[in-house]
Design a protein around this ligand. Structure first.
Ligand SMILES: *Cc1c(COP(=O)(O)O)cnc(C)c1O
Length: 211
């Protein structure tokens, strides 16, 4: 890893857009290096892998951990115990379970709901119409701080197509009065910024290609 990559990207991104450094597949030592440069938000997609690093890095109190991976029902309690942010809540059932468990655990995680804005069969997420129809019920759930929507664009789109999908996410979030959009990765972050992302999830751009 070349830590100057982090500073380069940091300087290109408007200061009102947050960077989530996606550290899956990355050793704790590299997380430490980037944290030293002032980056405190780190995203992980597998609970076991993340938990090991959280234990090793527990003295770095400023680190905020974000869960961005597929959520397995039997891992929800552990995720709620160990992550302050959960970006990848992709169904109403999981959201309800997170709310119930958060209440039991006396936690109050920040939540972003993953939405599916096109028909990519490999990705989960709320269908926008379903989200709108469940909105009242969702708002009544306890012990969650629902701050935004999250989306992952399919690979291989043109910049224009990426931009259009990100704009859909932004306008859906606006219509629900949600401030955050977790959107944009190493390959499409510029379009995400143009569309109004508030959280860019950047892995390879910061840490280099994963093996
Ligand atoms: C791995 C991953 C990222 C980061 O991907 P890069 O292309 O390396 O920036 C972002 N979001 C999610 C959900 C991921 O799984």
């Amino acid at each position: 890893m070349d830590s100057s990559n982090y500073l380069k990207i940091k300087n290109k991104i408007p200061s009102n857009v947050n960077i989530l450094a996606v550290s899956k597949g990355v050793e704790s030592q590299e997380i430490k290096t980037i944290q030293n440069l002032g980056q405190n938000d780190f995203g992980e997609s597998k609970f076991q892998e993340a938990f090991k690093k959280q234990v090793i890095l527990k003295d770095l109190r400023q680190i905020e951990w974000h869960f961005i991976g597929r959520i397995q029902g039997n891992k929800i309690r552990k995720i709620v115990q160990s992550f302050k942010y959960i970006h990848s809540v992709d169904s109403f059932e999981k959201l309800k379970k997170i709310s119930n468990i958060s209440l039991e655990e006396q936690k109050n995680p920040f939540i972003m709901l993953q939405v599916k804005l096109n028909n990519d069969p490999t990705k989960g997420g709320f269908n926008p119409e379903l989200l709108i129809s469940k909105w009242r019920e969702i708002q009544e759930l306890k012990n969650i701080k629902l701050t935004g929507l999250m989306t992952i664009n399919p690979r291989g789109l043109t910049s224009k197509e990426n931009l259009e999908l990100f704009k859909k996410c932004r306008s859906l979030a606006n219509s629900l009065q949600l401030p955050d959009c977790s959107m944009g990765m190493s390959g499409d972050w510029e379009q995400a910024v143009d569309a109004g992302s508030t959280w860019l999830r950047l892995g390879s751009l910061i840490f280099g290609q994963r093996s």
